[in-house]
Design a protein around this ligand. Structure first.
Ligand code: NAD
Ligand code: IPM
Ligand code: MN
Length: 369
């Protein structure tokens, strides 16, 4: 059996708490012979800054590049509010994405049946929800130059960020969206703001041309990003795959996460191009949520997004879709049994700790195995 080299980056806040639960799952899969993992750990974010003044060290960056998959929990927190911008915790995550060329960020939002009433929306609006946001991750306003604050000399300053997209960047992310759509509902909604942004015009034209050329069998429509935000909370089930830029994808995926009941439920995969020689690709898996400073250290964070991120690694990096599905079924089963961390509990409902939730998921995987 192949050995999968995982590089774990627990990070800050609730990061180490939810990562401990992934380690339990990985250890169980290894012990029970269902997969074999070799695990290394490193530092990213505020903890890396505290240790060596950088949001990720060159040594840890090299270990991330050498791993079969990086599993990251979360970075950031108020402790590092005043550190220089270049070494703020989030810079570690952005460097991983950029240096590993992880341009395709897949953010599925699925409503587990037992949680249909945990959403702030009516159950009938989200029951059976299964959408996939495909977010461009290495371009756009996150990385465009110039990016600076300049002193105008008259007591005024100017903050500048630049939204830039080249055709090849739009094409390769749209291709990922069309390919994934073919494996599910066969529909893609492409989103930008072509009514105010030149990059939006190019985005729209490029996606339309690629569709006509290579993916005419997939149903494509276009929706302005503000309208899409509105439609996501009005009737989210109208969507199958949504493809959008870095910033709109960031915002829309937080909205989509909340449809499912909690940010603590949503995993993500960040993928690079497949190497034609080896058939492998660089990949990083992480929950959509952040370091949740408000609940850090209390042992009450929801580990489901983190554990579901390991399931995504099994599906997208290790070609073990059955094992991924077994983990997802275990998550669904513990929710059916009424296990709830505080973020997904209804008022007055009993809650369990992070670690009890992780144990219950391992127990379910054991039953199925
Ligand atoms: P957040 O996602 O950390 O928290 C938002 C809200 O959701 C909080 O009330 C939090 O308690 C709750 N929440 C999040 N994850 C949860 C979980 N697993 N279980 C239960 N509740 C959960 O967002 P924020 O507060 O805006 O950001 C905090 C820090 O995290 C910032 O420094 C931000 O930059 C960083 N951040 C990091 C990542 C990442 O590492 N990928 C993602 C988003 C935000
Ligand atoms: C996310 C986060 C990051 C982003 C931050 C922490 C840099 O919000 O992964 O969604 O904006 O991409
Ligand atoms: Mn975000």
């Amino acid at each position: 059996m192949a050995t999968h080299k995982l590089f774990l980056l627990p990070g800050d806040g609730i990061g180490p708490e939810v990562m401990a639960e992934v380690e339990k799952v990985a250890a169980f899969l290894t012990e029970s012979g269902q997969a074999r993992f070799e695990i290394e750990k490193g530092l990213v974010g505020g903890c890396a800054y505290d240790a060596h003044g950088q949001a990720i060290s060159d040594a840890d960056m090299a270990r991330a590049q050498a791993a079969d998959a990086v599993i990251l929990a979360a970075v950031g927190g108020p402790k590092w509010d005043d550190v220089p911008y270049e070494v703020r915790p989030e810079a570690g995550l952005l460097r991983l994405r950029k240096d590993m060329a992880l341009f395709a960020n897949l953010r599925p939002a699925i409503c587990y049946p037992a949680l249909a009433s945990s959403s702030s929306l009516k159950p009938e609006v989200i029951e059976g929800l299964d959408i996939l946001i495909v977010r461009e991750l290495t371009g756009g306003v996150y990385f465009g130059e110039p990016k600076q604050i300049i002193d105008l000399g008259n007591g005024q300053k100017r903050g500048i960020d630049t939204q830039v997209y080249d055709t090849f960047e739009i094409e390769r992310i749209a291709r990922v969206a069309f390919e994934l759509a073919r494996q599910r509902g066969n529909r893609v909604t492409s989103s930008e703001k072509r009514n105010v942004m030149k990059s939006g015009v190019l985005w729209n034209q490029t996606v339309t041309a690629l569709h006509k050329r290579d993916y005419a069998d997939v149903k494509l429509d276009h929706m302005l990003a503000d309208a899409l935000g509105m439609q996501l909370v009005r009737w989210p089930k109208q969507f199958d795959v949504i493809v959008t830029d870095n910033l709109f994808g960031d915002m829309l995926s937080d909205v989509a996460a909340m449809l499912t009941g909690s940010l603590g439920m949503l995993p993500s995969a960040s993928l690079g191009e497949t190497d034609v020689k080896t058939g492998t690709r660089k990949a990083l898996y992480e929950p959509v949520h952040g370091s949740a400073p408000d609940i850090a250290g209390k042992g009450i964070a929801n580990p489901i997004a983190m554990i579901a991120s390991l399931a995504m690694a099994l599906r997208y990096s290790f070609h073990k879709p059955d094992l991924a599905a077994r983990i997802e079924a275990a998550i669904s089963a513990v929710l059916d049994q009424g296990m709830r961390t505080a973020d997904i509990a209804a008022k007055g409902e009993a809650t369990v700790s992070t670690s009890a939730m992780g144990d219950a998921i391992v127990a379910e995987i054991r039953k199925a195995g």
